[in-house]
Ligand binder design. Sequence first.
Ligand code: ZN
Length: 490
Amino acid sequence: MGNLHIYNTLTRQKEEFKPLLPLRAGLYVCGPTVYGDPHLGHARSAITFDILFRWLQYLNYKVRYVRNITDVGHLVNDADEGEDKIAKKARIEQLEPMEVAQYYTNRYRKAMELLNVLPPSIEPYASGHIIEQIEFIKKIFAAGFAYESEGSVYFDVEKYNKSNDYGELSGRKIDDMLQATRSLDGQSEKRHPADFALWKKAAPEHIMRWKSDWSEGFPGWHLECSAMGTKYLGDTFDIHGGGMDLVFPHHECEIAQSKAALGHRSVRYWMHNNMITVNGQKMGKSLGNSILLEEFFTGNHPLLAQEYSPATIRFFILQAHYRSTLDFSNEALQASEKGLQRLLEAGERLKKITPAALTTITIAELSHKCEAAMNDDLNTPVAIAHLFDAAKEINRVVDGKDSISAEDLEKTNAVFDLFLDKILAVRTDNSAEKNLEAYTKAVDLLLNIRLQAKQNKDWATSDKIRDELTTYGFTIKDTKDGVQWSVVNC
Ligand code: ZN
């Protein structure tokens, strides 16, 4: 069955995956910071590691997959200053921080379910592991790599770098980093600008706070993953994953923390998925080009020409290799929608073929080729290309131009079933997805009736539809491009 090779960000090369324990794999992935609705970037990371989770299981590994929920400690900027993202949202919305975290965790899980992303084995919350994080800081202290300043605790990067290589994952050099961050000097409690917070003393207005030896405060963001990763997967574990934007500072800091506290690296293989771009530009909230998953599913976004089903989004993501950038456009998504349809149809046609005595199409190597692609650093686009080639061959049989033997037919069916249902997992009998589609169509239908009523100057009907939908929690906006609708958030 061949061996899995994965690209290790730390060593910058493809390596054969050799687990710590035979046929067991420990996988830790940085999950979402739950202060907003999930967008396409969340989907890419979750789907990338869902494929790894599924493929490892197919290779007979027993996988413990830990994906955390960040509900505390992630500040609005990376310089250890500013408000906690969740606390800020809570203040604006006048909610408890845990209400914000719960609401967006629920929304995230729902979206992942629609995308057919399997739930992880353990989904720990940062706020539920404060004691572990405090213990972790104490170990770093005992090793001499932490210092206290005004009730906060910082990691001593300069001291660590004397005996270790801070920057080994990101390839950054500490001198450059010091240069780049020098402007922060003035107000800092830190000895060196490159130092990062392990514990922050809470300002009086800060809601999320816990008691510690140093102050009433909260843990630094990077710490949670070191603490929870080692708690559930051991002091050394196999794979740590996340988006490429987490390489620095988040994962660089995790490596430093673990080496300082434990005296060795925790993670053996680092894997990072690349980012999504919109017309070549990075997708981001601040850039105004970030599209929420819900907006894809309903088609309600100015950049979207139509709605796209969760399966289409999933297939679109898998048509690029996870280490390549993926550029969003309506044309690309529409091509994915059609491509997926073609594959699903080939899967259906296969089931109806009557076998012949001989196989006259090129199909024998399909299973081997798809497996080889997956074992080559999860190369889903190549696996999909092999399935497309097979689909063409199958169509020749359906059209009566060629034939396939019973044995080859059975094998080909097995490959299609495996990839469509279990690995790519784009063939779903997902009732949630169907419900969503029906719901979207029903609302669109009502709004079209309203539009017609308006054109006929039947104000009573048009007002009734708008008012009633508003009572049910919908917001309806008339724009020059047509009507936009959404369901009111908390
Ligand atoms: Zn993390």
